[in-house]
Design a protein around this ligand. Structure first.
Ligand SMILES: *Cc1c(COP(=O)(O)O)cnc(C)c1O
Length: 454
């Protein structure tokens, strides 16, 4: 079982406020690009596509079974899930117009080979982002553990009002840059929980407003997202009634995200897209702390095996997972350690330090990471809306650069060659994971469009 285990660097003594020695897993040119905030495509050096993490204990099928078991409850509690009988799903849509327009849109020299799809978690009900998957699973696990909804079949659920009265005695808390707070807030309130969301002061105003409108307590913290999480975690420690949803450490979130893999497999089958040696699948996932894209990657590798190749995409100002994998996962590292400021329009990805739960798993399963500038993700966002009429938020648009980068960059082409994939490219499937957008208010979309036009 080969893995992406770069030699460890001795962080002690090799680091001051803003500089760090180049990790051996990064070439001098790549390290320089990282520090200059130039876009980079970085294949995970020791990655072995055949490693499917079959030895790890967490089973995404259990998360799927839990979501299934509670479909009846979700149907009762969430009007937005009534049409799907309590199932949480998002469409997989082909994006041929984007594919045709892409080289022109981003001045890429890549041939738009293969079959391009968008996985529309931006349209997930209730939360409008990928966080709905992890969020619903985490909250359901809590409901189950509290014994609040034990032993009921789908027909036997009491009314939503009765259930909410029961849950109102229990509290949830979460730290978030925005979308996880929205997801846990809206899902938690849907159940009737008392919910507190800890946010950094620079989180988007409309997200705080939306939360407050729904009766969710918003506590603002100076500093970035990690500070908000730490403050929330500390506050919850003193209150046994409170369950803290820990974005940096929660296996329940991770497994909820992983449950998406079976859904994607079924959708690819229905679309007539096989995944095998002749038909590789490339998946591009926007990464913040790593939980959502990590969970999806874990689920996909276990389910679809060696022929799925997962790549993360991060803002040039916040390449937390790339840096962590390059340094080695023995000790946490922050993008601030290499002089980056974590400032990006992709607020869902503005994370300085990767999840210590997820990074070691990604060290085995992840094919690579590429970084995008804010200008590139705005260009992608605009190209998608113009070509396909689909609005997604800037963070989600980071995924759109995937096929162009893999097929068009020197490092991407080297990955293709190294794994003998060149001849399969016309038969390959590319899935860009669109992670958020549905809840973004019209006035914010209009501001983004105006900025692009000027
Ligand atoms: C949270 C988020 C991500 C990344 O998820 P992580 O678990 O933080 O890696 C990507 N896109 C959007 C829109 C998000 O809100």
């Amino acid at each position: 079982m080969a893995a992406c285990h770069p030699p460890q660097t001795d962080m002690e003594g090799s680091q001051d406020e803003t500089t760090m020695d180049r990790p051996p897993a990064l070439s001098a040119a790549d390290f320089s690009a990282l520090q200059r905030q130039a876009a980079l495509f970085w294949p995970c050096p020791g990655h072995d596509p055949a490693d499917t993490a079959a030895d790890l204990p967490w089973d995404p099928a259990q998360a799927r079974a839990r979501l299934q078991r509670f479909a009846g409850l979700l149907h009762v509690m969430f009007p937005a899930l009534a049409a799907t009988q309590g199932q949480l799903t998002s469409p997989l849509v082909p994006v041929p117009e984007l594919q045709a327009a892409w080289p022109a849109a981003l001045d890429s020299h890549a041939l738009p080979a293969g079959h391009w799809y968008l996985k529309r978690d931006d349209a997930l009900p209730v939360a409008g982002s990928v966080k709905a998957r992890g969020g619903f699973h985490e909250v359901l696990a809590r409901v189950e553990r509290l014994g609040l909804a034990a032993g009921r079949d789908a027909q036997a659920w009491p009314s939503a009002t009765d259930l909410r009265r029961r849950f109102a005695h229990h509290a949830l808390a979460v730290g978030s840059t925005g979308n996880l707070g929205l997801a846990i807030g809206l899902i938690g309130r849907g159940f009737g929980f008392d919910v507190t969301v800890h946010m950094s002061t620079d989180a988007k105003a409309w997200k705080k407003d939306r939360l407050r409108q729904h009766g969710i307590r918003v506590v603002e913290h100076d500093g970035d997202y990690a500070a908000a999480v730490a403050a929330g975690r500390a506050a919850a420690l003193h209150d046994p009634r409170q369950h803290f949803v820990d974005d940096e450490r929660s296996p329940e979130l991770f497994l909820g995200y992983a449950a998406a893999a079976a859904e994607l497999r079924a959708q690819l089958q229905a679309a007539g897209r096989p995944v095998d040696a002749r038909h590789p699948l490339f998946v591009y996932l926007p990464c913040g702390v790593g939980g959502a894209p990590g969970g999806v990657t874990y689920g996909l590798k276990r389910l679809l095996g060696p022929h799925v190749h997962c790549f993360f995409t991060e803002p040039v100002a916040a390449p937390a997972m790339l840096l962590q994998l390059a340094v080695g996962t023995a000790q946490p590292v922050s993008v601030h350690d290499i002089g980056l400021d974590n400032r990006t329009a992709a607020d869902g990805l503005a994370v300085a330090q990767a999840s210590t739960l997820v990074a070691p798993i990604m060290a085995r399963l992840l094919a690579g990471v590429f970084t995008v500038t804010d200008a590139q993700l705005f260009a992608g966002q605009q190209a998608l809306e113009q070509a396909e009429g689909i609005y997604i938020e800037p963070s989600a648009a980071a995924a759109l650069a995937g096929p162009g980068r893999l097929l068009g960059s020197t490092a991407g082409r080297a990955y293709i060659a190294r794994h003998g994939l060149a001849t399969c490219l016309p038969a390959a499937t590319h899935v860009m994971w669109s992670t958020g957008g549905a809840l973004v208010p019209e006035h914010v979309r209009a501001e983004e469009r105006a900025r692009l036009a000027s």
